[in-house]
Unconditional design. Structure first.
Length: 369
């Protein structure tokens, strides 16, 4: 009996942090999924977060602070493309839920993200924001976890590969990232992507084409062509079923060589022509594409990585996450139908998938403690 008591005590000490992470997971999941009774109960039993607006290395940022006194374990949360940015209700729910669970949360609005315009300027802004977050006095141990959704998850991976901040990143947790921008460009234009070297047809939302077009147009040299192309693309509604229709108009013929080369790539629907058209892009644009692809710098990932994705994500194929997992042993991928893309939708008919998502969430929170 004494031996069992000793084992029980040591077991409680050993697994206490995991039990706490599971409790934190319930708080966060209830806040984001908006389960009526559970969400109400969580709000009654936890302290309301204190929200503050600050500037983090040039990026407007919402800070969600837990009740009580710090320092706290810290998380930088990077949202995906949404016009409302850090003020999107689900983003606020996630930040608030994490703060209720005892985490200090930073949610920066990075350059271009609200419009799906992901460039090296976006990445530089993310690195600087994370570095400044690590220096905040309420951050425990000067370390932060990086959480991200969609392109925000991709940015979290890219930041974790940057030597300026990598050593003070505790964990990276992301939902449905892309890892190879070149392959996403292929998908956006032709409807095909590469899975282990084989072309596969994939049904993605039209917004992928629009976001890719905006991102690549923003990578053109500053000048008339960049301004004109971006201005046209930014006027297209995010839910437009044929978002690149305007690029088939006569005005495109007035663009310079680099911009016309980009337009030809974007309008190409033949996967066999993709490589040649991509190779015709300006060298600087191809270099930026590599820099914005986590698979290119995967060897620099030293923090543990947790990724969750839907069996058929509406934007980025699961193969994007699997490719990173094959390249880096510390990457774990969870495929669960609890996700459609970014927001968990629990179903009693898929308890196994719900349990898998819960395990992903618990590991992510445990790594941030």
């Amino acid at each position: 009996m004494l031996a069992l008591l000793v084992v029980g005590v040591f077991g409680a000490i050993l697994y206490r942090s995991w039990v706490e992470a599971q409790g934190d997971g319930i708080v966060v999941f209830a806040s984001v999924a908006r389960a009526p009774v559970v969400t109400w109960a969580v709000e009654q039993l936890t302290d309301d977060p204190e929200l503050e607006e600050i500037d983090l290395a040039g990026s407007p940022t919402t800070v969600a602070r837990p009740g009580g006194k710090g320092p706290w374990p810290a998380i930088v949360f990077l949202n995906g493309a949404t016009r409302r940015g850090r003020f999107h209700p689900r983003v606020r729910d996630a930040a608030g839920g994490l703060a209720r669970a005892g985490y200090l949360v930073f949610v920066p609005d990075l350059p271009g993200v609200r419009f799906g315009e992901i460039t090296t300027r976006t990445l530089d802004g993310a690195v600087l924001a994370v570095r400044e977050a690590q220096r905040q006095p309420d951050v425990r141990g000067g370390r932060v976890a990086l959480y991200g959704v969609s392109t925000g998850a991709t940015l979290a991976l890219l930041v974790a590969e940057d030597a300026r901040v990598a050593q003070a990143v505790s964990i990276v947790a992301g939902i449905a990232p892309y890892t190879d921008l070149r392959d996403v460009v292929r998908l956006a234009s032709t409807g095909y992507h590469l899975d282990r070297g084989k072309l596969e047809l994939y049904d993605a939302e039209p917004y992928v084409s629009l976001a890719v077009a905006r991102s690549l147009a923003a990578a053109l040299p500053r000048g008339r062509d960049r301004h004109l192309l971006l201005r046209r693309l930014l006027t297209v509604a995010d839910d437009e079923p044929d978002p690149l229709a305007g690029l088939r108009a006569p005005w495109v013929e007035k663009l310079g060589k680099s911009a016309q080369t980009l337009v030809k790539l974007l309008l190409n629907t033949d996967p066999q022509r993709f490589e040649r058209l991509f190779s015709d892009l300006p060298a600087a644009m191809k270099k930026d594409t590599r820099r914005l692809s986590p698979i290119s710098g995967a060897a620099a990932l030293c923090a543990p990585v947790e990724i969750a994705t839907a069996p058929h994500d509406k934007y980025f194929p699961t193969a994007e996450s699997r490719a990173l997992q094959r390249a880096v042993p510390t990457v774990r991928v969870t495929v669960t139908s609890t996700l459609g893309h970014a927001i968990p939708e629990p179903s009693l008919g898929s308890l196994g998938d719900l349990a898998a998502f819960d395990a992903f969430l618990v590991r992510a929170l445990h790594g941030a403690q």
